[in-house]
Structure formats: structure tokens, C-alpha cells
Design a protein around this ligand. Structure first.
Ligand SMILES: [Zn+2]
Length: 459
């Protein structure tokens, strides 16, 4: 503090750095709270730290159930009837959902202006203490509210019953899984898991939460983040499953980056991080090989498609794109990666009883897409897509031709599947490919998926 005092006297340099020094000083003396080391909070300064703490306490209280009860005068001020109040309280205590009206009620005695209350909400959002959610059918009280916040701290313990179906233990056929873990051997930083969970909201479109986990969805890709007690410490496991390699990597690297940024808040915490070997996961090895997760900060080397597998399986190979991240936005050789992964999944099918993959799965169609060339628009037109539909798909996925083709094929499949059998669909696809002179691709699909040629007499 002494050196700080001295430097205060001889303030020089830019106004910004002078201001920074003054703020640091005020922070150290406890006059203000300013998180100058945290990139996200750097621009926020709390002038009355005590009140802020009191306000947070009003919400994060362990005896919320007992303490926060209905009072008619307050109810009127917060425009809450006792019935609405009870419904919202229940949603908060069981689902972690806080309606704006309920928040208003809890903070009434602070006599905040509307602006101050909004600012407080912004702070909680920036702090990753909560995230904003849309109104949804599962919680009718959300429709009685103008704004809904979710606090991952207030969640019931149990896993949702649907988890087993949504995320089966065994990886389904033609689905790719990539996972990493953070291990905290002694103590986990307080609220690390909840904050990670809150940040995940930026990357997913739908979610299901419970006390020790989140299952999130982004388009056709799923992410599972779980907290697990191990010996005296805690593991946080992150796994992503899907068929779109770039989207899988988007979720893995975004979640990993969020965690690394959050951990800066606890500079002395001890942790280890690992990327789980995908080959080991697929073959069902009990203790998969663990790569250092620092790999996640690198991108897949150019023109490298296959690597020697992990030291536990030196004779096997693994697609490079299942170890090194792909660029989520632009990967010009994505087709080559898809082909390599297809061969890898196929090689595992002989050794693992994972159920036979079909060419019409999402990944199967992305394999077809990876092997199609400029003739793809003609193929999808003859499958019944319209020119405007194709143009829209191109606009939605700029510079990602393989993804455009995959999306077009998925759209055709989903539309026809309602009324037609898989065999009929496959025949339609084969005919469209033959029309464009792609007998080679038809034969390749028949061979790769072990389709009896007799089933499809091709002329
Ligand atoms: Zn392995």
C-alpha cells in the first residue's frame, strides 16, 4: 500500500492509466469494489459494496423458503397477488427461475429505482450469477412475468428422467463424441460449476438443468456438462455429441475457453485438465487415455488427417480432427476430415458392437455431402428441393459448402421420412446421384454401409 500511496502523488501518464491507479487504490481501501483483473468485470465499478452484498444476500439466502413470505403491502407494490407469489416462489426454489416481479419483491426494502434494479440484474448477468431465459411451457408462472432469470444455484438434485434416452451411456451409431475434463484434486473454486453453467447459455439454444449437470442443445449437437465428486475433489466433465464436426468443436472450445476465463478469478486454485481419447471412448475402454487439454488451444494442423492413436493403442490410428480442434467457421478441407472420420467409425464397427450405421443418418448424409461436388445443387433439385430453398441454405451457411449440402440433404430426408420408408428414400437418393453420373458414390455408399445390391437394382 505504501508504494501505491507514493505513486498516487506522482501521477503521470495518460488519463486512463491514472484513473486505473486511483480505482485500484479505492478498491484496496475497500471504498469500492472493482474487478480490474477480470476482463469481463473490468468496466464495472461498485460504489457501495455493502449494499450490493446485502442485495445479493436477499436473493442467495439459504432460508429463502422460510424468510421470503407474502405480505400484502409489498405484494401490491410489486404487483403480485398471493397466488402468483406462491407460484413464483415455488418456481424459484425448485427450478431456479426468478421472475422480475419476484426479484422486485425481494428487493423492495432497498427502495431501488427501476434503473438501479435493471443495473443490478445486469451485474448479476455479467457476474454469471444467472442468465436470462425465455418464457416456457414447463413453468406457467413465466408467462405472468415480463422477464425471467435463471439461477443455477437453486436447482433440484435429481437428473431428469429423460437423460438416459437423450444421452445413452453407449455412444449411438454414427454419432461422434468429444469430451474433456477438469479435475480439482482438493477444493473446487466456489460456484465454478454454476458460473460455467450460466455462461453456457451463450452457446446453446435449449437446455435442461439439474443440480450437478446441464444438457444443452445447439441445432443438432448436444453438450453435457456434469459435476462429479471424486475422492476428496471434484471433476467437471464436458462432453459433446453430434454429427457436425465443426459445431462439436465450437461447443467444446467455447466451453473450455469460458472455463479458463472463469478460473482467472481464482489464480491459486490447483486443477488439471485433460482431453479424453475418442478412440478409447468409442471402444469402451474403462480408463480412457487422457491427452493434455492444452491441445484445445491449438487448431488441427493443415493437411493432417490421421494420427497414431494414443499410447495405449499405438497400432491404431485416429482422425486428427478428433484430437485437434477444427475451425468452427471456416475449414476448407472439412470434406477430407469427414471422410477420415467415416472410415474411422467404420473400422470400429467391426470391433465394437455399436449397431449398424445407416447412410441416412445426419453423419451419413454429411459423408455424402463431403463426396459431392458442384453437381450437388442438381442432385438436391431432383430430390425435390426448390431453388429458393437451396439459396436460403447457402445464405445461412456462408462459405461452408459441405454444410450447405448436408443441410439440403437433411431437409429432403426429414420432409420425405414422414411418408416414405428408409429403403424408398435410399432409392431416391441413389437415383438422383446416378442421374448426375455419380455411380462411383452410389457404389461407395453400398459398400461402406454393407447394403445388399440386390435391394436396389440400378440401371
Ligand atoms: Zn485411446
Amino acid at each position: 500500500m505504501n508504494s501505491m500511496n507514493k505513486s498516487m502523488i506522482s501521477l503521470e501518464g495518460s488519463a486512463v492509466s491514472s484513473l486505473e491507479l486511483v480505482l485500484k487504490y479505492l478498491h484496496m481501501t475497500g471504498e469500492i469494489v472493482w474487478y480490474y483483473e477480470n476482463p469481463k468485470l473490468k468496466n464495472i465499478i461498485f460504489h457501495r459494496p455493502d449494499t450490493l452484498v446485502e442485495m445479493l444476500r436477499a436473493i442467495f439466502r439459504h432460508d429463502f423458503d422460510k424468510h421470503v413470505v407474502y405480505n400484502e403491502t409489498y405484494g401490491k407494490l410489486a404487483s403480485l397477488t398471493s397466488k402468483k407469489f406462491e407460484m413464483m416462489k415455488e418456481d424459484f426454489l425448485t427450478k431456479g427461475l426468478m421472475m422480475l416481479e419476484m426479484l422486485h419483491y425481494c428487493l423492495l426494502h432497498f427502495q431501488l429505482s427501476v434503473e438501479a434494479r435493471d443495473m443490478f440484474i445486469d451485474l448479476m448477468l455479467k457476474f454469471d450469477l444467472c442468465y436470462e431465459v425465455p418464457k416456457f411451457a414447463g413453468a406457467p408462472s413465466t408467462f405472468a412475468s415480463s422477464r425471467v432469470l435463471k439461477f443455477p444455484w437453486f436447482l433440484s438434485t435429481e437428473e431428469p428422467k429423460s437423460l438416459g434416452a437423450e444421452w445413452p451411456e453407449k455412444i449411438p451409431a454414427d454419432i461422434i463424441e468429444i469430451s474433456f475434463k477438469l479435475q480439482f484434486p482438493t477444493s473446487t473454486p466456489p460456484n465454478f460449476f454454476e458460473k460455467t453453467s450460466a455462461r453456457l447459455q451463450n452457446h446453446i439454444l435449449q437446455r435442461e438443468d439439474w443440480k450437478n449437470g446441464v444438457l444443452g442443445y445447439r441445432n443438432r449437437t448436444k453438450i453435457l456438462v456434469c459435476r462429479e465428486s471424486v475422492d476428496s475433489g471434484t471433476d467437471v466433465n464436458v462432453a459433446v455429441r453430434g454429427s457436425d464436426l465443426q459445431e462439436i468443436w465450437y461447443l467444446i472450445t467455447s466451453c473450455h475457453t469460458d472455463m479458463m476465463v472463469l478460473l482467472q478469478e481464482w489464480p491459486f486454485v490447483h486443477y488439471e485438465q485433460y482431453l479424453v481419447c475418442t478412440h478409447c471412448r468409442f471402444t469402451g475402454v474403462e480408463e480412457p487415455y487422457l491427452y493434455p487439454a492444452e491441445i484445445l488451444q491449438h487448431v488441427c494442423p493443415r493437411k493432417v488427417y490421421r494420427l497414431q492413436c494414443c499410447p495405449d493403442y499405438k497400432d491404431a490410428t485416429i482422425p486428427a480432427c478428433l484430437v485437434y480442434p477444427l475451425d468452427p467457421d471456416f475449414q476448407d478441407d472439412i470434406g477430407e476430415h469427414i471422410k477420415t472420420v467415416k472410415e474411422f467409425l467404420q473400422s470400429l464397427e467391426d470391433t465394437v458392437d455399436s449397431g449398424r450405421a445407416a447412410p441416412l443418418t445426419d453423419f451419413g448424409l454429411s459423408y455424402v455431402a463431403a463426396r459431392l461436388g458442384v453437381e450437388w445443387t442438381l442432385v438436391t433439385l431432383s430430390l425435390g428441393l426448390t431453388q429458393p430453398e437451396i439459396e436460403q441454405i447457402q445464405l445461412d451457411n456462408p462459405y461452408q459448402v459441405v454444410k450447405q449440402i448436408t443441410m439440403a440433404l437433411i431437409r429432403w430426408r426429414d420432409r420425405q421420412r414422414i411418408s416414405q420408408s428408409e429403403d424408398r428414400l435410399l432409392r431416391e437418393l441413389f437415383e438422383a446421384l446416378l442421374e448426375q453420373g455419380r455411380r462411383d458414390l452410389v457404389e461407395d455408399i453400398q459398400m461402406k454401409y454393407g447394403i445388399d445390391e440386390g435391394l436396389f437394382i440400378l440401371v
